[in-house]
Design a protein around this ligand. Structure first.
Ligand SMILES: [Zn+2]
Length: 387
C-alpha cells in the first residue's frame, strides 16, 4: 500500500509532492518519524529509483481495507499531477485526507470558494458496487464526488476525432450526461499529462460505441472541468456515416454469424416481414441515447417493437407506459429497467416525429435519409430524450 501523506512527528501532515527533492526526503527520513494518519501505525518513507517516493505501512494492518484501492505507481503519479492541478486553479488540496465520519479516504479533498469535492482517480477495476458505496458515503456528509478514470489503453489518444471504441461495463459506469457533449467520460492519462474526453457516446452493439475523442493538456484544464464543444455539422455527418457503415456491416454479417441459427429473432422477424436484414429501412436501427442498457443490437429491438405494433394494430400515439414496460420485460434483455423504458420512449417519440403508421408493411414505409439525418442531429445536439 503506497500513500503520499503521513503524519510527521505526531504533529503535522506531510505530503510528498513532485517538488520534494531526494535530498530533502533523505534528510527527513533520518530525522523524522512518520505515522499513518488513519491507523497511527508507523510508516516507512520509501525513496526508490523506479517508483515515486511514497510511504508504506511497516506492518500490514487492518487500515488497508479502508483505502481506496491497491495503489500503483501510475496512481501515485496521477494523484500528484492532480494535486498540483487543483492547487493551480485555486483550490485548497488535501492529499488522502481521512474523513472519520464515513471512514473514507478520497485520493484528494479539494476546496474552492463554494464547495468541497472528493476526487477519486481510478486506475484499477473495482466492483461498481464499491463505487456506489463510496458515493453514498460522500453524499452522507454532503461532499460531491468526482471520479476521474485513468484513460483506458484502448482509447486512440493519438488520433482524436470520431471513432469506434470498445468500453467495458466497468468503464461504462463512469458515463455522465453532460449538456454539450452528451454521454461523456472524462479520463486522465498521467503518462502524457492529458485529460482525455470520451464524448458523444452512442452505442452500436455489445461493448462498441461511437465516440468523439478529445485531448486537453493538464495546463489547459480548468475547474469546473472544461466542456467539449457541440459537434460541428461536419462532425455530425461523420458520425452518421460511420454509424450507418457499422449498421450495414452488422446486418450483412448477421446471416452468417448468427449464434442462434433458425431461432435467431432478428432473422425470424425479417422473414416474417419478407425483408432481407440488409434491406431494413434506416429508421430501424436508429441511434438512441443510452441504448446500451438494452443488450440486443438497436436493429433487433427496434424491429421487434415495430413488428409487435403491427401485429397488435397499435399506433405509436396509443402506446402506454404499461405497454412499454411489458414489451421490455417480455422482449428485451436489459440492465436497468428505468433507463430501458426511457430508451423505448425515446424511440417511440422518434417514430411519432416520422408520423409513422405502424399498421403498414415495414418495407412500404420509406423515410428519406436527409430527414433521418436531421432527426439524428437533433438527438445528438439537443441531447433530447427527456420525454
Ligand atoms: Zn494505516
Amino acid at each position: 500500500m503506497y500513500i503520499l501523506t503521513a503524519c510527521m512527528n505526531n504533529d503535522k501532515m506531510f505530503t510528498i509532492t513532485r517538488n520534494t527533492t531526494k535530498d530533502q526526503l533523505l534528510l527527513l527520513r533520518n530525522t523524522s518519524k512518520f505515522t499513518c494518519p488513519q491507523c497511527e501505525a508507523p510508516l516507512r518513507l520509501k525513496i526508490g529509483k523506479v517508483v515515486t517516493p511514497h510511504f508504506a505501512h511497516i506492518v500490514l494492518t487492518q487500515c488497508l481495507t479502508s483505502f481506496s484501492e491497491r495503489e500503483t505507481p501510475t496512481h501515485l503519479i496521477g494523484k500528484q499531477h492532480l494535486a498540483e492541478f487543483f492547487t493551480r486553479v485555486g483550490c485548497k488540496v488535501s492529499v488522502e485526507a481521512y474523513l472519520p465520519k464515513i471512514s473514507q479516504r478520497p485520493d484528494l479533498l479539494v476546496r474552492n470558494k463554494r464547495n468541497t469535492f472528493a476526487i477519486e482517480f481510478q486506475c484499477s477495476v473495482i466492483p461498481i458496487d464499491d463505487i456506489e458505496k463510496r458515493n453514498v458515503g460522500y453524499l452522507r456528509i454532503k461532499i460531491p464526488s468526482i471520479w476521474l478514470l485513468r484513460t483506458p489503453p484502448t482509447i486512440p489518444m493519438n488520433a482524436p476525432g470520431i471513432s469506434v471504441i470498445k468500453l467495458s461495463k466497468f468503464i461504462q459506469a463512469f458515463m455522465k450526461n453532460l449538456p454539450s457533449s452528451g454521454n461523456t467520460i472524462i479520463t486522465y492519462d498521467p503518462t502524457t499529462a492529458k485529460f482525455i474526453y470520451i464524448s458523444q457516446l452512442i452505442h452500436i452493439s455489445g461493448t462498441s460505441f461511437l465516440a468523439k475523442i478529445r485531448a486537453l493538456s493538464i495546463e489547459q484544464q480548468t475547474f469546473p472541468f472544461a466542456q467539449i464543444k457541440i459537434l460541428t455539422k461536419e462532425e455530425r455527418e461523420d458520425y452518421w456515416n460511420l454509424f450507418q457503415y457499422k449498421r450495414l456491416k452488422y446486418l450483412q454479417n448477421r446471416i452468417h454469424s448468427s449464434p442462434f441459427g433458425v431461432k435467431d429473432r432478428l432473422l425470424k422477424l425479417c422473414y416474417e416481414n419478407k425483408i432481407r436484414p440488409e434491406d431494413l429501412p434506416l429508421h430501424i436501427g436508429f441511434p438512441i441515447q443510452d441504448s446500451q442498457v438494452i443488450q440486443a443490437h438497436l436493429v433487433e429491438w427496434q424491429l421487434a417493437l415495430i413488428s409487435a405494433l403491427r401485429k397488435l394494430h397499435i399506433q405509436v400515439n396509443d402506446i402506454t407506459e404499461t405497454w412499454i414496460e411489458s414489451f421490455i420485460l417480455m422482449q428485451c434483455k436489459f440492465t436497468d429497467l428505468v433507463k430501458a423504458k426511457a430508451v423505448i420512449k425515446c424511440y417511440c417519440h422518434f417514430l411519432h416525429m416520422l408520423d409513422y403508421n405502424s399498421v403498414n408493411p415495414i418495407n412500404s414505409i420509406v423515410v428519406s435519409e436527409s430527414k433521418l439525418l436531421e432527426l439524428f442531429e437533433e438527438v445528438i445536439v439537443a441531447n433530447r430524450c427527456e420525454n
